[in-house]
Design a protein around this ligand. Structure first.
Ligand code: CO
Length: 135
């Protein structure tokens, strides 16, 4: 079951610059920075009420986010929907004929489990299913 928008992912070339921009534009503050090796990115979290922005800077050239920056430039990268069961969410999507990027959940930031669905299946938007640790 999808319960809320957990976060919006924004691809950036320079995390420090992006953090500064959001501070200047909106007075927003970062709650933490974390490297996520499974996604080859460094992530900064910017909490906003019940949700947050996730700024993603690639840590190497063959990161999916590096490829995104090369072809599309900086901008909205993915929408993360919180679910109570990522494995089931991925399986249900596959059963409905959607193309998956992850066949099984992998490790996300903050001890979450995540899985991505290919944007070709979902309105051109890259959706991430995310399950918080407590579930
Ligand atoms: Co994300």
């Amino acid at each position: 079951m999808i319960t809320k928008v957990n976060h919006l992912g924004i691809a950036v070339r320079d995390l420090e610059e992006a953090i500064k921009t959001l501070k200047e534009a909106f007075g927003l503050d970062v709650s933490g920075v974390e490297e996520v090796p499974s996604q080859k990115v460094k992530i900064a979290f910017v909490p906003i009420g019940e949700t947050r922005l996730e700024l993603l800077e690639p840590t190497c050239e063959d990161s999916a986010v590096a490829k995104f920056l090369q072809s599309r430039g900086e901008g909205l990268h993915h929408v993360a929907l919180e679910t109570t069961d990522v494995a089931k969410g991925l399986k249900d999507a596959e059963d409905k004929g959607m193309r998956l990027i992850d066949k099984a959940p992998r490790e996300g930031a903050h001890g979450t489990k995540v899985g991505f669905i290919h944007p070709k299946s979902t309105l051109g938007v890259l959706f991430e299913l995310v399950q918080e640790e407590s579930h």
